[in-house]
Design a protein around this ligand. Structure first.
Ligand SMILES: Cc1cc2nc3c(=O)[nH]c(=O)nc-3n(C[C@H](O)[C@H](O)[C@H](O)COP(=O)(O)OP(=O)(O)OC[C@H]3O[C@@H](n4cnc5c(N)ncnc54)[C@H](O)[C@@H]3O)c2cc1C
Length: 512
């Protein structure tokens, strides 16, 4: 039996992993986090993916308890600004498409939708909530599920809402502090010290890490959460890192934390990704401030130029705010689990922050680790199965992100021009060719679990301007009445939700 796990690194990955293991195995597993006081965490990573709600639920954490402590706010989706053309925007929501007569609303929209009004606004409720800056919860904390449609015996809106309709934004540093306290209270051992050396046996398996002041810390299983350094997985075990820079060239970011008077300006319940001449800028509204950052490729823009562009965009006149320049390692390890070491977080892989998947990868990694947890037999099949799932998830997101750049209509700078001719993964090439004729389905998107569903692929394709040449011919042979009624119902559900839900600021102020 594995009795002791040592987590090296105390960023989001380290503390999410330690807490999850404690929640899964309780006192039967000793969990130690060794975290340097000297080496800072990456200091970004503040927008999440809707599955993150499972993580907090697994820990037994109510959102009213942790959100106020972490500057938490709601994220209903991502607003893509200026990706198709300057001034144009669309939303990629956490909301699945409704289905009528066997066809998702995206197909129906191509057939009978009003083309000048945008696919997202006609097929989802979320864009209306975003534009009206609504909270997904009522002031009493209930999710708003709409009025029950008696004729159907159910509420279509209730069905939508019963899924995971939102994710969160949070302050990364405050979340790490919160999870540190939460973990320590539940028995995680916490050592604040630098790991100076990693001890291995004759087979190359890790036996202990040597710290500056706390001596050797031994364990059965070691989790590498040391960020882009990959102290255990790469520097010690020598695992090969596969770069994705040939298809995803953004390799740097500069971030600024911008205070904001939200009582006056309100809070957007979404992340914004604004296309820029050499990349894109994120705007993440937390309760109390905005997190912003310019993600770019240094082939097309220098760090000084990026910082100047970000300051002009997000914080004009605020030269007092200090910028955090970050070099990104884009790609993944060939294997994230090697011998008795599992890399989770940036040490495992990272595919740039465009769809906020860094924390999703952490959660997926730790969930899969619990599912594939080893014993003293160290069955190699178990590690191989784990590695395959991790690789599929990261590779799927890679493809999905390359699609964002390839399908975007924008071509007004060298950066965007090259995005149209740069090599792309073969699978994506086939998918894009298919998507020129018909919208993708479950069989034609990336075939392994990677967090994104068919609706996301089609939302991005249609939002970015990559439309099939014509609607599905089958629809011309089906009575359109029910689909037209559903489009009207979506509009009514959206108006009803907007009129009943409080503003995001109002709700968050009430829990803070
Ligand atoms: C520009 C950018 C934007 C991002 N935006 C998002 C986003 O919006 N959403 C999202 O989900 N993800 C995002 N991510 C990813 C996200 O930031 C990370 O997945 C997350 O913060 C986890 O980082 P980490 O814990 O793996 O590494 P880090 O935060 O780098 O932590 C590393 C830890 O290891 C410790 N350490 C290192 N060496 C030693 C040593 N020798 N001894 C002891 N301790 C050591 C450090 O002290 C630190 O505690 C973004 C990443 C980047 C680069």
């Amino acid at each position: 039996m594995i009795r002791s796990v040592v987590v090296v690194g105390g960023g989001t990955a380290g503390w999410m992993s330690a807490n999850y293991l404690k929640a899964a195995f309780g006192d039967r597993l000793r969990v130690t986090v060794v975290e340097s006081d000297r080496i800072p965490t990456i200091g970004v990573g503040e927008a999440t993916f809707s599955t993150v709600r499972h993580f907090f639920e697994y820990l037994g954490l109510d959102e009213r308890a942790w959100m106020p402590e972490c500057g938490g706010s709601f994220k209903l989706g991502i607003r893509f600004q200026d990706w198709a053309a300057p001034g144009h925007h669309f939303y990629h929501p956490f909301e699945r498409l409704r289905v009528v007569d066997g066809f998702p609303m995206a197909d129906w929209w191509l057939h009978i939708g009003e083309r000048d009004q945008g696919f997202d606004r006609q097929c989802f409720i979320t864009p209306a909530l975003c534009e009206a800056r609504r909270s997904p919860r009522m002031l009493d904390g209930q999710l708003f599920v709409g009025d029950v449609d008696q004729s159907l015996g159910r509420s279509t809106l209730a069905e939508q809402r019963a899924q995971f309709p939102y994710a969160y934004h949070f302050d990364a540093a405050r979340l790490a502090l919160f999870l540190t306290r939460f973990g320590v209270e539940r028995g995680v051992h916490h050592i604040r010290d630098d790991v100076l050396k990693v001890g291995q046996d004759e087979r190359g398996w890790i036996t202990h890490v040597t710290t500056g002041e706390h001596g050797d810390v031994a364990g059965d299983l070691f989790i590498d959460c040391t960020g882009f350094r990959g102290l255990l997985i790469n520097q010690t075990l020598g695992e090969t890192f596969q770069s994705f820079q040939d298809v995803l060239p953004n390799n740097r970011a500069v971030a600024l934390q911008v205070p904001r008077d939200q009582e006056r300006h309100g809070i957007d319940p979404y992340t914004t990704a604004t296309a820029m001449p050499a990349g894109w800028i994120w705007t993440i509204p937390l309760f109390g401030r905005n997190g912003t950052g310019y993600v770019y490729s240094d082939e097309f823009c220098s760090p000084d130029e990026a910082e100047a562009a970000l300051r002009g965009f997000a914080a004009p006149g605020r030269e007092d705010l200090s910028a955090n320049h970050i070099q990104m390692r884009i790609g993944r390890n060939e294997r994230s689990w090697v011998n008795n070491c599992v890399a989770i977080g940036l040490s495992s892989g990272f595919v740039e922050p465009l769809e906020s998947t860094g924390i999703f990868f952490i959660q997926h990694g730790i969930e899969q680790l619990v599912r594939h947890f080893p014993d003293r037999r160290w069955d190699p099949q178990r590690a191989a199965a784990y590695n395959e799932r991790i690789n599929h998830a990261i590779d799927g997101v890679k493809e999905f992100l390359v699609l964002h750049y390839r399908a975007a209509l924008r071509d007004d700078s060298q950066y965007w021009k090259e995005a149209k001719v740069r090599p792309i993964p073969d699978g994506l090439r086939e998918r894009l060719a298919m998507a020129s004729s018909f919208l993708l389905d479950e069989e034609t998107i990336y075939p392994h679990y990677h967090g994104f569903e068919t609706y996301s692929w089609n939302t991005m394709l249609l939002g970015l301007g990559h439309e099939p040449s014509h609607p599905r011919p089958a629809l011309a042979l089906i009575d359109r009445t029910r689909a037209a009624e559903e489009l009207a119902r979506i509009r009514a559900d959206a108006e009803n939700s907007v009129s009943r839900l409080p503003s995001c600021y109002e709700y968050l102020a009430s829990i803070n």
